[in-house]
Design a protein around this ligand. Structure first.
Ligand code: ARG
Length: 467
């Protein structure tokens, strides 16, 4: 029942104001066109709050029943695309509250007792981000699983490992892929950690100082699945560090995917030719009929800049704000939403792209013959025969120079030629100069020997399953 003595305000605060805002200011200050995507979280939070209010005797059981009924209808309207989102009502919170009041009258007006939009919005974002992190963790797991499947097919596939983009030493392609698994595993840890700090309840902080009503925050936290309540009301409504942390973790995921993208692009270049990417991740050129361009990895590299930018935007948004809530914080949502969307889509596409990589082992092996990749093995071999490492390094450097002048690999030099660099050389040396000998020799945890890579994949699968 509405109280006829009270004129219906057009705005939640309008009794205080003598002139309306201009159309432009209304548009400028409104957030409903982007924050309405938190409508489910907003309703969930309101229902938990209302349940607590009724349980504490702050509102009546009839009010609670009305609020529940009204919210059920609102949810149905939004889902059906029939909800009338209105710029005049500024944001998702006021839009829903206004509709609730239209549907159920006074109970709708009582919902905001002991609450402010400041703790309400902080609660909504945390609920939203918590759910997003769960989806993103699942997608990250899919990507890691796809990496392991590909690595398992290539535990013996030799390719050059690079430093300075120069051929350095032989590695297996499986080993190379496992490097990205490790990066992703740390990304996973960061996201799990960020989720813990996100999963705290701000409600109860009200505008900034708490509320004079006898609320039960613990009860609300339990209903919403929060691990704990935010301990300080001023902090609860004002800080967005959990969103910044998420963006930092997301930037690192994207950075890792961007590095891998750069490699895919290089490997797919006809000058390298280590892999081919499935057509569904590439596009042609509108003018050059022969082209097949690795658009997806290029876009991942590009979108990493966008996500990094969001991190900087949020850091900058926060840095000048005095306690407690300031409207600046409304600007947290678009960067946060876009970060989560970009990351989720990127991971989904990337996992699929792993299954669309066709490896060209012959090209990888051929590249190993272009960079004296087993020179270190020769040096190590001499050291094992008593030569100090620096002397061995020098002897091999001279052998490499001779091979370079002759236009061949070190393994193509004759025994006599090799002996001219060190009297310790004998015919057994040729075994260590082979690529497979070099790979097999790196036989310890974290090394590239095929049997180590196989074992590492098994451990990685177990770690992934344990999360
Ligand atoms: N739309 C606002 C936001 O996103 C909600 C909180 C507004 N609070 C206020 N006192 N103006 O932050």
């Amino acid at each position: 029942m509405s109280h006829p003595s009270q004129p219906e305000p057009t705005k939640a605060w309008s009794g205080r104001f003598s002139e309306p805002v201009s159309e432009l200011v209304k548009r400028y200050t409104a957030s409903v066109f982007f924050d309405r995507r938190m409508w489910q979280q907003d309703i969930r939070g309101s229902l938990a709050h209302a349940t607590m209010l009724a349980r504490q005797g702050i509102i009546g059981d009839g009010d609670l029943a009305d609020i529940r009924r009204g919210m059920a209808q609102i949810a149905a309207e939004i889902e059906a695309g029939q909800f009338n989102w209105n710029l005049d009502d500024e944001d998702v919170h006021l839009n829903i509250e206004k509709r609730l009041t239209a549907l159920v009258g006074d109970a709708g007006k009582r919902l905001h007792t002991g609450r402010s939009r400041n703790d309400q919005v902080a609660t909504d974002i945390r609920l939203w981000l918590r759910d997003e992190i769960d989806v993103i963790l699942a997608r990250l797991g899919d990507f890691q699983g796809a990496l392991l499947d590909l690595a398992a097919q290539h535990t013996d596939t030799a390719m050059p490992g690079f430093t300075h983009l120069q051929v350095a030493q032989p590695v297996t392609f499986g080993h190379h892929l496992l490097a990205y698994f490790e990066m992703a595993q740390r990304d996973r840890e960061r996201l799990v950690d960020c989720r813990r700090r996100t999963n705290r309840l701000p409600l109860g902080a009200a505008a900034l100082a708490g509320t004079s009503f006898p609320i039960d925050r613990q009860f609300v936290a339990e209903q919403l699945g929060f691990e704990a309540v935010c301990e300080n009301s001023l902090d609860a409504v004002s800080d967005r560090d959990f969103a910044i942390e998420f963006c930092a973790a997301a930037s690192l995921v994207m950075t890792h995917l961007s590095r891998m993208s750069e490699e895919l692009i290089l490997w797919m270049s006809p000058r390298v030719g280590f892999i081919d990417l499935a057509d569904r991740f590439c596009t042609g050129s509108s003018i050059m009929p022969q082209k097949k361009n690795p658009d997806v990895p290029e876009l991942v590299r590009g979108k990493t800049g966008r996500v990094n930018g969001h991190l900087v935007a949020l850091l900058t948004l926060m840095k000048g704000q005095p306690l407690a809530y300031n409207k600046d914080n409304q600007e947290d949502k678009e960067p946060l939403f876009d970060t989560a969307d970009t990351l989720r889509d990127t991971l989904t596409i990337f996992a699929d792209m792993m299954t669309g990589i066709r490896v060209k082992p012959e090209a990888m092996r051929a590249a190993l013959r272009q960079g004296f990749a087993t020179a270190t093995d020769l040096a190590d071999w001499l050291v094992k025969r008593g030569l100090p490492f620096r002397d061995a390094h020098e002897a091999v450097a001279r052998a490499v120079r001779m091979a370079e002048q002759k236009g061949c690999d070190v393994s193509d030099l004759t025994l006599d030629e090799l002996k001219s660099f060190s009297a310790l050389v004998d015919e057994n040396v040729f075994a260590v100069l082979t690529v497979d000998g070099s790979l097999a020799a790196r036989d310890h945890i974290g090394g590239t020997a095929p049997q180590q890579v196989k074992a590492a994949i098994e451990r990685a699968r177990a770690r992934l399953a344990a999360d």
